[in-house]
Design a protein around this ligand. Structure first.
Ligand SMILES: [Mg+2]
Length: 291
């Protein structure tokens, strides 16, 4: 699907502002900046064009649900929700401060957050429960669950998919942020995942694979979702989004040591300049390694 120039520009401008928020949250304690930037375009696209949810409709039982199962990427979700009016943008500066819930993982005390997450592998099952409830009561909710690719090592993700297929939950959509890293290790060097489409198809899902930074490709994928219906459906959908960890900041893109970062204030300013002008930042803060 080809979006108009204005549609694409609007999405890209919003994603740029969200990336600014993510970068600003990567100091004074830091955040998981790499994976936050890999799913920024996806979140912006979902909230702008796909999800039937707005600040005024968060209590509507027939709203669409977005569950961020890979909860450590929540800076991108906070930034998107703030930009779209779920809570004041000024509140983002409370990140990691003791007087707020703007923290390293999603918390339902923040408007727009549907469910807590952080411990990986849980929200696919939560999403199946919500989707099944909607079907059983004749509701029209769709449930979108964003999974990390490293998170696919959790068996509970696949159990959830088995149930979604068995119950023909065509209102359940799993989206994989396929940034090819799990913490500071490449997924294929740790526990290989490919061929992912074949594996998801074997579990009964309809599978699409797109460039997770291309709004035209994302629009085409979401346009192929099953129509909203209350009656028995067909099968769940899985959309694998190929992404780049650290997208938008070449100085940290695809770097194994730049998944969680706690930059200095000066580095943050350099990274904001890099985001806008491409002038490469000089980063000296240590990255976080877990092995
Ligand atoms: Mg990953």
């Amino acid at each position: 699907m080809r979006l108009s120039h204005d549609q694409r520009q609007s999405l890209e401008n919003l994603a740029l502002r969200v990336r600014e928020h993510v970068i600003r949250m990567s100091t004074r304690g830091g955040c998981f900046i790499g994976a936050s930037l890999s799913c920024t375009d996806l979140l912006v696209h979902l909230y702008s064009r796909v999800l039937r949810v707005h600040p005024e409709t968060m209590d509507d039982p027939d709203r669409d649900y977005l569950l961020l199962s890979k909860g450590h990427d929540v800076p991108a979700l906070y930034g998107t929700l703030a930009e779209l009016g779920f809570f004041p943008k000024e509140r983002l500066s409370n990140h990691l401060r003791p007087n707020d819930y703007i923290y390293w993982h999603p918390n339902r005390a923040v408007p727009g957050i549907e469910f807590h997450s952080g411990s990986l592998g849980h929200l696919a099952s939560v999403g199946v429960g919500i989707a099944l409830d909607a079907k059983m009561r004749g509701g029209r909710s769709r449930v979108f669950v964003i999974l990390g690719d490293g998170e696919l090592n959790e068996g509970s993700v696949w159990e959830a998919l088995l149930v979604a297929s068995a119950k023909k939950l065509d209102n359940f959509i799993a989206i994989v942020d396929r940034n090819h890293f799990q913490a500071n290790v490449r997924t294929e060097e740790l526990i290989p995942l490919e061929p992912l489409q074949d594996k998801f198809r074997a579990f009964g899902a309809s599978v699409l694979r797109v460039d997770g930074h291309d709004h035209d490709a994302l629009a085409s994928a979401f346009e192929q979702l099953p129509p909203l219906r209350e009656a028995e459906g067909t099968c769940p959908t899985v959309i694998v989004c190929d992404t780049v960890r650290g997208k938008g900041l070449p100085s940290i893109e695809q770097r194994a040591d730049r998944w969680f970062c706690n930059f200095t204030e000066d580095e943050v300013e350099q990274l904001l300049a890099e985001l806008h002008c491409g002038q490469r930042a000089h980063i000296q803060s240590e990255g976080l390694m877990v092995r």
